[in-house]
Design a protein around this ligand. Structure first.
Ligand code: HAM
Length: 429
């Protein structure tokens, strides 16, 4: 039997996705704009890569990674190719760096930023979604500690301004090709000896990805890892020096941090510096506003010549959650604010023309329901936060004029219709 369209329930957004309605949509846009401005000031330029990639791009991040193993939205396209909605931005950016041969074509480091959606099939909860947005920055082609400091400084400086609350910066080193594998082996054999004290998931991690056990919240697993060997005690000499130089740089810039040997991030590609920035304004389960680190092997994993890289991503939804109180209190207000409103009780096209001229002149302007009474339109103008009102009555329009009123002073005067935009702009200055 066919179901009638009207009796089926209205469709809802898929589980784990969020509608950003105004003013939240405006807050999200403000975050993106703020990040864009700051990243450019630090010398990063915009990159756009596809939201879909060949699944292989992400498989090369390491199949032991949870994000890759359990959380990818993978599908076959009509030609039978396996595609995946990106779970993060870094892999696609590095893929593009390799694909376009940039290592030989652009000055390094290649410093880029991007803003956009990512998809992970997670169990949704506050601060954890299936579609979420990241502010991402990557610097590819520089192995020195100064770029690590720059990247961390960019993330912290952005959050200092955008988040405004108490931030905790956690820093760790994952070692490199020389010391990480040896440490992982040591850590694995330590866990083998304590296998019976670990939860089932962690038991399974011992083989493929033992460091993830450090992330487990289970009290039994935490007790095991309290006494475990710490990677910072097993770094090779160059990795130890690199970490020291990064910390010295952070000290010089005045950022407070904590070296956290338990910090292993969810993605497998990290070498040397890793970091995470947590907010005191969020629940512990998803208090990471962002994080990142070095991935000196990733360019090679994706088919390029060995090239170091480092970057981070910040989660927009989490920043918005952390700032919800503050932003509303600061008075962003529930609606759009405009500088000028055209009030029309004349009919005809004069109001349309005046509005268009104002907008072309760079004034944010709107109408306020031209079919309604003057009083109703004036009330809307105030509600929209207008500073200037342009009033078009039948007599004015017949004479080729309009009244412009400054709502701050109450002052009102007649101007030529053709001069409305210039006059309003002048008054707003
Ligand atoms: P990540 O730690 O997986 O790193 O994600 C970075 C941030 O994205 C998290 O700290 C969080 O704020 C946000 N985030 C992640 N998953 C979700 C989710 N399901 N819902 C809401 N927010 C989420 C990366 O993605 C790396 N690509 C960072 C990086 C860049 N490393 C080097 N370059």
């Amino acid at each position: 039997m066919m179901m009638s369209m009207s009796t089926s329930p209205p469709p809802q957004a898929p589980k784990g996705t969020v509608d950003f309605l105004p003013p939240d949509g405006d807050r999200l846009q403000a975050l993106e704009d703020g990040f864009t401005g700051l990243a450019r000031r630090y010398g990063y330029r915009r990159v756009y890569t596809p939201t879909i990639e060949h699944t292989e791009v992400f498989l090369r991040l390491g199949e032991a990674t949870d994000v890759v193993r359990k959380e990818m939205y993978t599908f076959e396209d009509r030609g039978g190719r396996s595609l995946t909605l990106r779970p993060e931005a870094t892999a696609g950016i590095v893929r593009s760096f390799v694909e376009h041969g940039l290592a030989k074509r652009v000055p390094l480091p290649w410093k880029v930023y991007s803003v956009g959606q990512n998809f992970r099939a997670e169990a949704p909860q506050k601060g954890r979604y299936r579609e979420f947005r990241q502010l991402d920055a990557e610097a590819i082609g520089d192995a020195g500690p100064a770029i690590d400091v720059e990247v961390i400084d960019l993330a912290m400086e952005f959050l200092r301004v955008a988040e405004g609350g108490e931030l905790a910066l956690l820093v760790n080193s994952m070692g490199d090709g020389a010391c990480k594998p040896a440490f992982v082996d040591l850590f694995r054999s330590y866990l083998e000896g304590r296998r019976t004290d670990l939860c089932r998931d962690c038991g399974e991690r011992i083989e493929g990805n033992p460091l993830r056990v450090l992330d487990c919240k289970n009290p039994g697993c935490r007790a095991v890892t309290e006494d475990a060997p710490r990677i910072v005690d097993h770094l090779c000499d160059p990795c130890g020096k690199h970490l020291d130089a990064v910390l010295t740089g952070l000290d010089a810039l005045g950022w407070k941090y904590r070296v956290e040997p338990r910090l292993v991030r969810g993605l497998d590609y990290y070498t040397r510096t890793t970091f995470e920035i947590q907010s005191a304004d969020l629940d512990a389960a998803q208090n990471a506003l962002g994080g990142g680190g070095r991935y000196d092997g990733l360019v090679e994993d994706l088919g390029g010549d060995p090239t170091p890289g480092i970057g981070f991503a910040l989660g927009c939804e989490r920043i918005l959650l952390a700032t919800a109180g503050a932003v509303t209190a600061a008075g962003t207000g529930p609606g759009q604010t405009v500088q000028a409103v055209v009030v029309d009780v004349a009919g005809g096209t004069a109001a349309l023309e005046a509005l268009s001229a104002l907008r072309k002149a760079g004034v944010s302007a709107d109408g306020a329901g031209w079919e309604r009474s003057m009083k109703a339109q004036m009330r809307s103008a105030e509600r929209l936060g207008a500073v200037m009102v342009v009033v078009l009555g039948p007599d004015e329009v017949a004479q080729g004029t309009a009244q412009i009123k400054d709502l701050r002073s109450g002052e009102q005067r007649a101007v030529a219709l053709s001069a409305v935009a210039d006059e309003v702009k002048g008054a707003l200055r």
